[in-house]
Design a protein around this ligand. Sequence first.
Ligand code: RB5
Length: 153
Amino acid sequence: MSSEIIALASDHGGFVLKTSLTEELKRLGYMVLDLGTHSGDSVDYPDFGYRIAAALAEGKATLGVAVCGSGIGISMAANRYPWVRAALCHDVTSARLSREHNDANVIAFGERLIGTEVAREALRVFLATPFAGNRHVARVEKLGAPPRTPSIS
Ligand code: RB5
């Protein structure tokens, strides 16, 4: 059993894949924090992206999994907070690179766009891949501290 707690959240469009990924995490020995939604009834994806951000901010989870129909809306929502680095992944390579280069702490999927087996493998790779550090450290730090007023130069 891993001591890591993984938070999961989805809207109705990601509910089925979230259920499958929850099973996969439990099979791998992770503790899970399921932040909903808990059925296929229509809900608003931002509310669930914000729950993932809250779980990370409050230290209730170290990593998150976010799912909606496309993965776009829920990752946009989570990424509105500077401590969230949510990577929308459609394949195993993006999952690996999101950890190596970006130190992603949330992986996002689009249930309507990715197969279950690919998503499960991408999740396994995401969890197994360490941040590469070195030249990537300063870049990731910049993600956490965007300038209040961005400049074109
Ligand atoms: C819900 O129909 C859908 O819009 C949502 O799951 C997601 O794809 C939004 O980005």
